[in-house]
Design a protein around this ligand. Structure first.
Ligand code: GDP
Ligand code: MN
Length: 376
């Protein structure tokens, strides 16, 4: 889950990371009132959960009320990567001398948490990583939740050669990593971390991503999700206890078990098809789940055919068959269904389906071949 910058800033404050003061404005008069309170110049920042906001014109400096009004209206009318701007953050403008990049994140290859920092901030860090990898510095946590000050000096000296900045920067990095670990983040990024002309460090931007699987532990964070950025089908699937991920293709899939679901996607691709989704109905055999799954898949108008691939263990094939019949009764299913069932109560299931003119396949390959052919 991602949260907006103005909410991430609140968390930064909570952890003692210095930020420029400011608040959110939904209209011009609110923006003017905030600017008057904090004093000009101010920076206006579109609150959108996509990257490249500054480049898209979503971050602007205003020296007076006239500029503020003009920029506010301009930003409010922007569409950034398909998203309109609902809220604009008004913050005190920092008198920036230099920008740094910094982030705590997970290195999936090394299986470790890493703090990444660079004196080349503000710009695309991916670009710097490619063109000047020597300018990106990394500190690995080695499985610990805190910075080990014994291993720390080479890293902090590389990023901040100026000794007067090393101590305040260390404090910020300690706080950023505290936030990262305490909230089960997948990313806590400050880009840019800036130094102003008085020599003070500030987080001039704030980006925090949370591990969805750990959100149940953070009741104060869960409700910060902006539903505008969620796929409505994925939300509905979650409410119905289905693991569902939307994809780009046109072959819908209903599978039991995450492993079999992944294998099914692979075989669809192997046989020349494109899956429309990942969907795991789970181990229980509630016919209602098949009904819900079909309903959600059919909301995607790209879907041309649907594969139901069940390996019955705890899941009983006859329950799945009943679910398919129920769905046919309650839903309008305008695309062909291809069913492959094997395992517990397979015979009963095939009988039920045959009586209702639904063909079944015993092997995964035959079924996938058929469903891919029907989607073409
Ligand atoms: P992003 O494009 O979404 O990453 O937006 P940022 O909040 O990082 O802002 C983009 C750029 O705007 C920064 O790299 C800065 O150069 C500039 N900027 C942001 N805040 C301030 C500020 O308070 N003062 C000044 N002078 N520039 C700012
Ligand atoms: Mn930024």
């Amino acid at each position: 889950m991602k949260i907006h910058e103005y909410l991430a800033i609140d968390l930064f404050r909570k952890f003692g990371i210095p930020v420029a003061g400011g608040r959110i404005a939904e209209n011009v008069s609110e923006a003017v009132a905030i600017a008057q309170e904090i004093g000009y110049p101010v920076v206006l920042k579109a609150q959108v959960l996509v990257g490249g906001r500054g480049k898209a014109g979503g971050v602007k400096l205003a020296k007076n009320k006239e500029e503020l009004t003009a920029h506010f209206n301009q930003i409010k009318n922007l569409v950034i990567k398909g998203y309109s701007v609902d809220k604009i953050l008004i913050v005190r403008a920092l008198d920036i001398k230099k920008e740094f990049y910094s982030a705590v994140t997970i290195d999936q290859v090394k299986n470790d948490v890493v703090l990444i920092a660079s004196a080349e901030g503000g710009v695309d860090i991916e670009e710097t990583a490619k063109s000047h990898p020597e300018k990106i510095h990394k500190y690995y946590f080695h499985g610990h939740n805190e910075i080990d000050l014994k291993r720390w000096p080479p890293f902090i000296k590389a990023v901040f050669p100026d000794p007067t900045l090393q101590e305040p920067a260390t404090k910020i990095f300690q706080k950023l990593s505290n936030l990262f670990f305490e909230y089960d983040c997948s990313l806590a990024e400050i880009n840019p971390l800036v130094i102003d002309h008085k020599g003070e460090l500030y987080a001039a931007d704030a980006k925090i991503n949370f591990d969805d699987n750990a959100l149940y532990r953070h009741t104060d964070i869960q409700f910060l999700r902006d539903m505008k950025y969620e796929d409505p089908d994925e939300v509905e699937a979650k409410q119905n206890d289905l693991s569902f991920v939307k994809m780009e293709g046109n072959v819908g899939c209903i599978v039991n078990g995450a492993g079999l679901a992944m294998a099914t996607l692979d075989i669809i691709k192997l046989l020349g098809g494109e899956p429309a989704n990942f969907l795991d109905v789970g181990g229980s055999s509630n016919p209602k789940k098949v009904l819900n799954a079909l309903r959600i898949i059919l909301q995607n108008k790209k879907v041309k055919s649907i594969l139901i691939n069940i390996f019955g263990g705890i899941t009983r094939c006859d329950d799945i068959a009943m679910g398919i019949l129920q769905a046919r009764k309650e839903l309008d299913i305008p695309v062909p269904l291809v069913v492959r069932l094997t395992g517990t109560n397979e015979k009963e299931a095939k009988k039920i389906l045959a009586e209702n003119n639904i063909n079944t396949f015993s092997t995964m390959r035959e079924a996938v071949q058929k469903v891919v052919e029907l989607a073409k």
